[in-house]
Design a protein around this ligand. Structure first.
Ligand SMILES: [Zn+2]
Length: 335
């Protein structure tokens, strides 16, 4: 992948850390970044995932001798993209996934299937089948873990592949694992009629470059389906650790990221839906392709400013978990 040459980055001088402080927006390259909020992360007692992620960040990535590290959330005024800064390098991401693989594998084994998988499939299957042009199409689930959403597509006669940092146990042996990231095997199995990029783009340092690399693996009429959390609403202001999500999208910034990657939006929406948590969460759904869609209505794209308003999703949120969302929306309104 062609990473850092495209970006103006300043490596932090201390402790030979690989963290990089960006002076340009990772999406649109604008250099008028604003610090929206500053967090200080410290080690905490306990062995839950949050404590473990803070420990990995402080000991192995920031290498903070005093056991604490400051991370900004930067905002790009040009495209509204919100992101943690400094950024993890690809080597930091490798280190993170190597560290949490054992933890996550054990957790998944204990948990089994994610809750509400069937309901999630009932939403995604007809939607995804509609994006496939013919039978025996090729579908890559990039960052797809067990590839749970592929099975109904394979039942309908298509082929399913997974690329992921972790080689999870799959209950469906018709799904073929192609290795980590954009391996040679991933490229050789392409081009793909459909690429799923579900809850992955919020974890990567260079979202535009990833979209561009995946776009190059599509057939000329192929589509990429991106799902990300609506991080621009409340999430960016309430981080508990700096390792999980690095990017906090709005419809505006995710569309901009796809366009910077040479893709054309065909559909964008914000919906409350099941992912892997016990409750529905607010997500942005984007379908993009290599050619423009005459039906896409740009005026329907919600702006970053609109989606950062703490009241933006409050009504549906109160129906899902009034205590949690009421509390953090109020905190955001008062800050
Ligand atoms: Zn930008």
């Amino acid at each position: 992948m062609r990473w850092c040459s495209l970006l103006e980055v300043i490596p932090l001088a201390t402790n030979d850390s690989l963290l990089e402080r960006f002076t340009q927006c990772p999406v649109c390259k604008d250099d008028h970044l604003q610090t929206q909020k500053q967090f200080t992360f410290r080690k905490s007692a306990g062995n839950d995932r949050t404590a473990e992620l803070n420990r990995i960040y402080l000991d192995l990535i920031a290498r903070a001798p005093d056991g604490q590290a400051t991370v900004d959330v930067s905002r790009c005024p040009a495209c509204s993209f919100l992101f943690t800064n400094p950024r993890l390098s690809p080597a930091d991401l490798d280190r993170k996934y190597a560290e949490i693989a054992a933890f996550d594998l054990a957790h998944r084994r204990k948990r089994g299937r994610p809750p509400h998988l069937e309901e999630r499939r009932r939403r995604t299957t007809p939607f995804l089948l509609d994006l496939l042009p013919h039978s025996a199409a090729s579908v890559l689930d990039y960052g797809g873990a067990e590839g749970f959403l592929l099975s109904p597509l394979i039942d309908a006669g298509h082929r399913g592949y997974v690329a992921d940092y972790i080689d999870y146990e799959r209950e469906d042996d018709r799904i073929r694992y192609l290795g980590q990231q954009l391996s040679e095997e991933v490229a050789n199995r392409g081009p793909y009629d459909l690429i799923l990029l579900l809850h992955t783009l919020e974890h990567v340092t260079h979202p535009v470059e990833l979209l561009q690399s995946l776009g190059e693996l599509l057939t000329p009429t192929g589509k990429i389906y991106v799902e990300v959390p609506l991080g621009a609403w409340l999430e960016w202001a309430h981080l508990r650790e700096p390792l999980t999500h690095l990017n906090f999208f709005s419809e505006e910034s995710v569309v901009k990221a796809a366009e910077r990657a040479g893709l054309h939006p065909h559909h964008v929406s914000t919906d409350w839906q099941y992912v892997t948590q016990p409750e529905k969460t607010p997500c942005i759904n984007l379908v993009a392709g290599r050619t423009p869609s005459p039906d896409f209505d740009r005026s329907a794209i919600r702006s970053g400013k609109q989606q950062m308003n703490p009241l933006h999703q409050l009504w549906p949120a109160l129906g899902v978990n009034p205590r949690y969302y009421g509390k953090i929306a109020l905190k955001s309104l008062l800050s």
